[in-house]
Design a binder for this molecule. Structure first.
Ligand code: FES
Ligand SMILES: [Fe+2]
Length: 342
């Protein structure tokens, strides 16, 4: 699949990589994630150098990955540590390794040129770790092209029609949206003034009368979408607002499937676990609704390979169109980099 490779993408929550091997596919390549005895995370191609058994069918033994077929052992960097029944190690007995970094509760993976992987450039996910915010986090597997999910997050008018029982009502689709490029990111903004609070807002903010509400969405290709969101009683100052950040890290699994790591950070009632549990349940319900739509959309696209572009464009597509354009320009840039160069 064509994808941006020279960038850090979320591979897993740090807690998902424990004592064993976690197998997961990124950008069409099967990978294993594991930790060495010092707790440092590593990623290798999930394919033994000998006869191609997935290494995920093996085990960790003494800080090495041991293949589950003929027992060849590999160091965390993919070089061979030993071959049963012989003293010599074949020259090509190496498994490809991918750069990995652990930050803000995530394991990040670099699926491109290793030499270009700079740990200092790991994207900022500090809301997941900042004590001034309380974050509810989760994961959805989406059997759809990651770009459909990015489109979805850059066009929140769908809340009106898809999420009426949680975050949507008529005010979202009725309020105008602006989309622009700012500092290399797409910025989409919508302000909804003097509107009734949708059910999720009533339950989580306590605002029961009309509110002023905003969404400001930032997209950084290929798959990082941060939505700054807040609401306050209609006509009051922003100081009265309850603010949230909806954090979306989307990593392609294949051309038609995606890993969706998400978090909802809030700045009020930190430590209120009942509130966190309520938010978690409603967010899962909301993203389940998106999953159903995105997967249905993907099935239609799969059924007609001649469909190159969506047939009709309307005003609310401003964000998704800009997002696709920015992604395409990044892909075009990456095509200019000769294979094998850093
Ligand atoms: S396939 Fe892995 S050791 Fe033979
Ligand atoms: Fe949605």
């Amino acid at each position: 699949m064509e994808a941006l490779r020279n960038c850090w993408q979320v591979a897993a929550y740090a807690g998902e990589v424990g004592d064993g091997i976690l197998a997961r596919t990124f950008l069409g390549e099967a990978v294993i994630l594991f930790r060495d005895p010092a707790g440092v995370a590593h990623a290798l191609l999930d394919r033994c150098a000998h006869r191609c058994l997935p290494l995920s069918r093996g085990k960790l033994a003494g800080g090495l990955v041991q293949c589950g077929y003929h027992g060849m052992r590999f160091h965390p960097d993919g070089t061979c540590a030993g071959v049963p029944g012989q003293d010599t190690i074949p020259a090509r007995a190496t498994v490809a390794a991918f750069p990995v970094a652990e930050r803000h509760g995530f394991i990040w993976i670099w699926m491109g040129e290793s030499a270009a992987a700079d740990p200092a450039s790991v994207p900022d996910a500090e809301w997941f770790a900042n004590p001034a915010w309380e974050t509810v986090a989760g994961y959805h597997y989406i059997a759809a092209d990651y770009r459909l999910l990015v489109d979805n997050l850059l066009d929140l008018s769908h809340e009106t029609f898809v999420h009426q029982d949680t975050i949507g009502n008529g005010a979202v689709a009725d309020s105008p949206v602006t989309a622009q490029l700012v500092d290399g990111r797409v910025k989409v903004h919508r302000f909804m003034s003097n509107c009734p609070p949708p059910p999720f807002y009533k339950q989580t903010t306590g605002f029961t009368t009309n509110i002023d509400r905003w969404h400001t969405t930032f997209y950084e290709p290929p798959g990082i979408v941060v939505i700054e969101n807040g609401s306050m009683p209609a006509g009051t100052d922003i100081a009265a607002a309850k603010q949230r950040r909806i954090l979306n890290f989307i990593t392609p699994e294949t051309a038609t499937s995606s890993h969706y790591f998400w978090g909802v950070a809030r700045q009020w009632e930190l430590g209120n676990t009942a509130l966190s549990d309520g938010i978690r349940a409603d967010v899962i319900k909301t993203f389940d609704q998106d999953k159903v739509l995105l997967e249905a959309q993907q099935r239609v696209l799969d059924s007609d390979p001649s469909l190159q572009a969506f047939p009709v464009t309307i005003k609310i597509d401003a964000g998704p169109i800009l997002g696709r354009r920015l992604l395409e320009s990044k892909l075009a840039e990456s095509r200019l980099v000769p294979a094998g160069s850093a």
